[in-house]
Design a protein around this ligand. Structure first.
Ligand code: GDP
Ligand code: MN
Length: 376
């Protein structure tokens, strides 16, 4: 789950990271009032769950409350990368001397969180990473030991941070690590962390992503979820406890088990197809879950064929077959369906589907090939 900038910064502040004074507004008039409270010079920041808002014109500095109102009006009617702006953050404008990039994310290859920093922060960090990777400093954090002070100092030295800021930088680094750890984040990013003209360090931007698998223990964070900005099918899937991720291909995939789902997608690709989604119905899914999953897959207009790959262990193939029949009855799909059922109650499952006009397959390779063919 992605958090908005204002939500991320609220969390940062709880962990002692300095953020600008500011508040969220849904109308231009509110933005004007906030600007008045803050003394006029403010920055109006679109709150949408995508990066690169600055370049898209969604971040503007206003010199007066009147200008803040006008700019907020303008930004609140914008769309950024397909997302309409519904709220703006009105922050006290900072006088920036220098912009630093600073984040923590998971390094899957290293099996550890990694703290990343660069003196070349700001809106072109992707370009810095691509063209001058030596300007990016990385330090892995042992999850059992936590972030050590010497590591923060190593980073400060690595980005040539002036000495006078080291103590404060270490404090911010410790706060960012605690925030990352305690919220089960997969990303905690400050870009830019600025040195202001009056020599303070301030987190001007914030971005956090929380591991969806940990949401059950973060009721407070779950309330921050902005379903307006989620793929509707993904929101629907979550309601049924399905792991669904929409992709760009045209072969819908319904599989039980995450590993098997990924394998199925790979095999589809191997035979020249492109999966339309990742979907794991989980172990022991009943027919209601299966029919919900099928409706979700078919809600994607790109889907030209559906591949069912069910390995019945705890999941019973006859239950899956019943779910398919329920969904077929309700949705009346027009696209071809390829089904492979093996394992527990597979015989019974196949028997149930006999009259359902589905293409059957024996092996995964066979199923994938037939699905790719059927999608053409
Ligand atoms: P992003 O483009 O979505 O990453 O949005 P940011 O919040 O990072 O803002 C983009 C850029 O706008 C920053 O890198 C700054 O250069 C600039 N910016 C943001 N806030 C302020 C501010 O308070 N004062 C000034 N002068 N510039 C700002
Ligand atoms: Mn930014």
């Amino acid at each position: 789950m992605k958090l908005h900038e204002y939500q991320s910064k609220t969390i940062f502040a709880k962990y002692g990271i300095p953020i600008p004074k500011g508040r969220i507004a849904a109308t231009a008039v509110e933005a004007k009032h906030i600007a008045e409270e803050l003394g006029g010079r403010v920055v109006i920041k679109s709150q949408v769950l995508v990066g690169g808002r600055g370049k898209a014109g969604g971040i503007k500095v206003a010199k007066s409350a009147a200008e803040a109102e006008q700019l907020a009006q303008q930004i609140l009617t914008m769309e950024i990368k397909g997302l309409p702006v519904r709220k703006v953050l009105v922050d006290e404008a900072a006088a920036i001397e220098h912009e630093i990039y600073f984040s923590i994310t998971n390094d899957r290859a290293a099996k550890k969180p990694v703290m990343i920093a660069s003196a070349a922060g700001g809106i072109d960090i992707e370009e810095v990473a691509a063209k001058t990777p030596e300007k990016i400093i990385k330090v892995h954090i042992d999850p059992l030991l936590g972030l050590r002070d010497y590591q923060s100092r190593d980073i400060a030295a690595g980005i040539d941070l002036p000495r006078e800021h080291w103590r404060e930088f270490s404090r911010i680094a410790a706060g960012l690590w605690q925030a990352y750890l305690e919220t089960d984040a997969t990303l905690a990013e400050i870009n830019p962390l600025v040195i202001t003209k009056d020599k303070r360090l301030v987190a001007l931007d914030g971005k956090m992503m929380i591991d969806d698998n940990a949401m059950f223990r973060h009721a407070d964070l779950n309330e921050m979820r902005d379903i307006d900005e989620e793929e509707p099918a993904e929101t629907e899937a979550r309601k049924y406890g399905l792991s669904y991720i929409k992709l760009d291909g045209n072969i819908g995939c319904m599989v039980n088990g995450a590993g098997l789902a990924m394998t199925s997608m790979d095999i589809v690709k191997l035979f020249g197809g492109e999966p339309a989604n990742f979907l794991d119905i989980g172990g022991g899914a009943g027919s209601d879950k299966v029919s919900a999953a099928m409706k979700i897959i078919l809600s994607d207009a790109n889907v030209k064929a559906v591949l069912f790959n069910i390995f019945g262990g705890i999941t019973r193939c006859d239950e899956v077959a019943r779910g398919i029949l329920v969904a077929m009855d309700e949705v009346k799909p027009k696209v071809p369906m390829v089904v492979r059922l093996v394992g527990t109650n597979a015989e019974e499952g196949r028997r149930l589907l006999q009259d359902a006009k589905m293409i059957t397959a024996e092996t995964l390779a066979d199923a994938a090939q037939k699905a790719v063919q059927a999608a053409k």
